[in-house]
Design a protein around this ligand. Sequence first.
Ligand SMILES: [Fe+2]
Ligand SMILES: [Fe+2]
Length: 409
Amino acid sequence: MQATIDIEQLGFDAGAHVLVKHALAALAPGDALLVRGRAPDWQGQLAAWCRAQGHDCAFARRGEEDVATLRRRADPAGAAGQSGAGGRWRGALRTGHADPALPDALAERADPRWGLAARGATVEAGSPAIAFRLDRRDEVWGERAADLYAQAAAAQWDPQTAIDWAAPFELPDIVEDAVVQVLTYMIENEVAALVVPARFLGQLHPHYREVQAVLAIQVADEARHIDVFTRRVRLKGREPGLSTAGGQASLKTLLDEPDFSVAEFLLSVLGEGTFVSLLHFLHEHAPDPVTRQIARLAARDEARHVAFGMTHLAARLADDPGFRARLANAVQSRNDALSATSGLNEEVFDALILLAAGGLTVEAVAAGYVKVQQLMRDMAEGRQARLERLGFDTDAARHLSSLHTRNFM
Ligand SMILES: [Fe+2]
Ligand SMILES: [Fe+2]
């Protein structure tokens, strides 16, 4: 049975080539396809298209009409699948397929010639190579990346509706000032937590799209945190408080870290992990409902950021246990670099006490002080537990936890 297609009134200036191309694709190379049509000059258009595509085309008169016989060209050697009839796929690259039996398999190293193409796509020869600095699986991957992205996508919240901005409260001036100071400090930490993944995001080969997605949504999370903390600062008409040299010096060391894994360790495992404790503290002890709601929502997001840091570092260390020494050195040298700074500024520390105290009586301040001491212990123990989960022994974990920046992040 001769394969036949009738393109009716459709011209090659209106899409007829799509029908012919797909009819040809269904044939074996060398097989013939009969084409009939009625659009003005469809014969000339078809002949021109066949010349451009490299197919043979001959016309014969059958009764009242012309019929074209096309012969599908042989696929060029080495053409990738999906080639249809086109010679343009000669030498095309298939992205990421070390093992064709695994259609979505990850490459150990992503090729610059894959560029921006979807993982698994066939890339036409001659496409521009695009250099991404982070192109090795081991330096970026984490087993839970896809899962953490899915969780994050499902857990996005709208700052306008998720927080009851109109909740009635009035705080003593001194307590409101303390809340504003703590949030001012937190905003600059959130900015660092946005900038660090954003910088790596632009250097990450898109082949590792699950990691790309995690970093992208993490950046969006941090933008939302900056937004809601800023709104709370201004809720009662205040301006932001103080930003200190020591705080910014600590954060700058995170921005200056060029290695993705080391940066994930310092920022997410140690810094954001410590921030989760701070956010839980604010959720429990903040003196107003708006700050408590903000802290609860931000803590949920931060827990995911920590989880990605943990899954990435677990994979990296499983590949290369020697990398643990590099992480320990990074904590030590960061501590050395920051030894001349005062660490957590006194304003923030005192503001935390006041915020937890809720007033300036002796009893209230004493109680606030105890709560902040407990917070410091929770932070240190949390860091130590995460370090132990990454395979540091108890002494090393305790020591590294104690060397962590006094700025918390
Ligand atoms: Fe955040
Ligand atoms: Fe974060």
